[in-house]
Design a protein. Structure first.
Length: 201
């Protein structure tokens, strides 16, 4: 379960017990290590974790980017909004065994569906289910095959969706071997080029 809520940055899970398997995710702008950052705070029975957005919007986010993936353990992880536009970033994260990803986001109304579809594509590419909640955009719950289990358009008030979604199986085989395939192709191409040069000599 993932909830995109405001005003939860100081939630104490020791006094507010959460049901097993529950993840509460809230996105805030706050100072971390002396610098302003775009942060996702995640609360569960295991405590609180903090993730800093890695890909900022130039000109709109005068913040400091993070560098670490938002891994929560047990096949769960979190990313923020524009992070999902970068296939390599998400693929590197997925190599840690992500099965379901939580994504708080902020869209700009007209780009809501496009941005949601890009995020869904990342899930299909990397074999994870996703719960995404976008302010001024769409709330979506999707499985690892890209099927939309539940969706709703964010309104000015509280908007929520609920659905059961199975965790994905993780990185598909073709993604696991794609780097090997690329390296082998490069070596064969180089060997062929060297062979042609030597033949001409």
């Amino acid at each position: 379960m993932a909830l995109r809520l405001g005003g939860l940055s100081d939630l104490d899970t020791s006094t507010v017990p959460l049901p097993p398997g529950t993840e509460v995710v809230t996105r805030v702008d706050r100072e971390v290590d002396g610098a302003p950052r775009n942060v996702a705070l995640t609360f569960s029975r295991d405590g609180r974790t903090r993730y800093v957005k890695r890909h900022l919007i130039p000109g709109l986010e005068p913040l400091v980017a993070g560098h670490e993936p938002g891994l929560l353990g047990h096949g769960r992880a979190v990313a923020i909004c524009k992070d999902m536009d970068f296939p390599t970033t998400i693929r590197d994260d997925a190599r840690h065994g992500i099965r379901i990803l939580f994504v708080p986001a902020w869209d700009f109304d007209k780009d809501g569906k496009m941005h949601a579809d890009m995020a869904i594509l990342r899930g299909v590419e990397n074999g994870f289910a996703m719960v995404r909640a976008a302010r001024r955009g769409l709330l979506t719950i999707t499985d690892a095959q890209g099927r939309v289990i539940a969706s709703a358009k964010a309104t000015g008030g509280m908007t929520s969706i609920m659905a059961d979604v199975p965790p994905g199986r993780g990185l598909p085989l073709y993604v696991r071997v794609v780097d090997v395939y690329a390296c082998v192709s490069m070596v064969l191409t180089l060997a062929e080029s060297v062979g042609m040069i030597l033949f001409r000599l």
